[in-house]
Design a protein around this ligand. Structure first.
Ligand code: MSP
Length: 517
């Protein structure tokens, strides 16, 4: 594998980032960081979706220009991702000049090709979805199922994209590539949606929506959100109908595009049709993640249960985002819904990160200092009884990531931690020391520390700060690629002094953690 290109949905900037947005960015960051450990050129794109009627209206209510409003809120997303250590390679805003220019060219190209045509239309428009809905999309009471709002009847002359032209090709693609939509159980939903699709409106009259990219040769029309938003995945990396950048040639097609299940239709139908019309290769996978609830309740402004990820970090006085990253990344099996609760968060990260993993390293290093002055003697570096298990875990983790099973991979890592803890209990190095079986005692401790180097690499995508604290105490280089991993990177010689042994993560309710408040 030489390159890996991953993207997230770009968030609407009408509000501040919440834990649902954070879930997706964390999930993608974990996937991205895992693949940085497997290939030379991994690239991660995220950003914000800034045009449309909602932004236009909210900015007007606040008495500021839409651009000022977007600038303010886009910054909130950037700040949140920084606090969560989201290591994106690029942050695109759909108001970026370069993006706007290329979107105009894309539109023009599709008009010239005959895939976009002008047509007078009456439709049901949901401003929440920023999309026209058909009667059968609505609930029995005629409401948008996602926004519980009655769509407006809109009559306009718009540009339309010939989605129907690509229907059969999309169905064929989905059927012949069963791993294209992840998880595969969602593929049938998409096929059903495709059965009765119609051409879609891709512009709005400027008098109705003016906060958008004007159509190049028809400035009374504004390019309507989805064609603008979806194109970000290629404009960001240098797609240009007049000649692509080298970066685009290297990175496209995307290896995985991560989105929420609510926008799967736009990505597996609209986006794919646009790419087919542009004669571009299709992304290899579209990962539709599930929805995050709060205490098993859907997050909503009216319920007042919208949680900000940075508020969680502050409430628990966390100096690193790793616990929240770990918790969110393992919140749900691939594609299924997950839940956030304060109690569960605290319990799970205390159990896994502090008690099992952190403590294992801490007590093993402490014993190494107590019995061997912190030295790894060359004779301790014999065959490691745990290596087979460790390498099997690496293989299993890679396999799970090949299918974007981020929670499942985390479980494998914690299983290895548990196996290693059991190995310590079973071999009781403190008893070996008491019985003066020092070689065996040294070997057991060394075996554990060697496995800890592997664990630090595996946990790195979830917990980059904890992993680097672990690696530092183990004298281990986290840059080692997963394909090269084994238990032989722990060097003979002096490893650590008593004062340099630090807990890599303190229990969230511990006295020490409290003192830091
Ligand atoms: N702007 C569009 C996406 C355009 S992509 C070309 C959009 N924005 S959004 O802000 O509403 O959502 C951004 C992402 O966050 C989506 O993938 C959406 O599924 C995800 N989530 C929003 N709320 C969520 C939860 N409660 N739980 C999990 N993900 C959620 O849609």
């Amino acid at each position: 594998m030489t390159k890996f290109y991953t993207t997230t949905a770009i968030d609407y900037v009408n509000g501040a980032p919440h834990i649902g947005h954070a879930y997706e960015k964390i999930l993608t960051d974990v996937i991205y960081r895992h693949f940085t450990q497997r290939c030379e050129d991994a690239y991660f794109l995220t950003g914000t979706d800034e045009h449309g009627i909602k932004i236009q209206k909210t900015a007007a209510e606040k008495g500021i220009s839409p651009k000022e409003f977007c600038d303010m809120n886009a910054q909130k997303f950037k700040d949140a991702w920084k606090a969560l250590d989201i290591d994106y390679s690029q942050f695109i805003r759909t108001t970026d000049e370069q993006h706007e220019k290329i979107v105009q060219k894309i539109f023009k190209k599709l008009v010239e090709k005959g895939d976009i045509y002008k047509h007078s239309y009456t439709g049901l428009y949901c401003s929440g979805c920023e999309a026209f809905l058909s009667e059968k999309d609505l609930t029995e009471d005629g409401l948008c199922p996602d926004h519980q709002k009655k769509p407006e009847v809109v009559e306009e002359e718009n540009y339309f994209f010939k989605l129907t032209k690509y229907k059969d090709a999309i169905i064929k693609h989905i059927k012949t590539n069963p791993d294209f939509i992840v998880p595969s159980f969602r593929a049938n939903e998409v096929i059903n949606q495709l059965e009765d699709i119609e051409d879609i409106s891709v512009s709005r009259v400027k008098t109705n929506v003016n906060w958008g990219i004007p159509v190049l040769d028809d400035p009374e029309q504004v390019i309507y959100v989805w064609i603008d938003a979806l194109s970000n995945y290629i404009t960001a990396i240098g797609y240009d109908p007049d000649g692509n950048s080298d970066k685009f040639e290297k990175l496209w097609p995307a290896d995985v595009q991560v989105i929420g299940k609510d926008i799967l239709k736009f990505h597996s139908i609209y986006w794919i049709a646009i790419l087919m019309a542009l004669e571009l290769p299709l992304p290899k996978h579209i990962l539709a993640h599930g929805w995050i609830t709060i205490d098993q309740t859907k997050m909503s402004k009216s319920l007042g249960n919208v949680i900000s990820p940075t508020a969680v970090l502050e409430a628990f006085n966390l100096d690193i985002p790793d616990p929240l990253r770990y918790y969110m990344a393992s919140a749900a099996p691939c594609g299924k819904d997950g839940n956030y609760s304060d109690e569960d968060f605290k319990e799970k990260v205390n159990a896994h990160l502090a008690n099992s993993m952190g403590n294992l390293l801490n007590r093993t290093l402490s014993m190494l200092v107590k019995y061997f002055d912190g030295d790894i003697k060359p004779e301790f570096l014999n065959k490691n009884e745990l290596e087979k298990q460790a390498l099997e875990t690496v293989k299993a983790v890679k396999h799970h990531f090949d299918y974007f099973e981020v929670q499942e991979a985390a479980q494998k890592i914690i299983e290895l931690v548990d196996i290693t803890n059991k190995y310590v209990t079973d071999n009781a190095p403190w008893t070996l020391a008491k019985e003066e079986k020092m070689d065996k005692c040294g070997e057991v401790l060394t075996n554990v520390l060697q496995v800890m180097t592997v664990i630090s690499s595996l946990i790195y995508p979830y917990c980059p700060n904890i992993a680097s604290r672990m690696a530092e105490q183990l004298g281990y280089d986290l840059d080692i690629k997963l394909d090269d991993i084994n238990c032989r990177y722990l060097k003979a010689g002096h490893l650590i002094n008593k004062d340099d042994i630090k807990p890599v993560f303190l229990r969230m309710d511990s006295e020490l953690a409290d003192k830091k408040k």
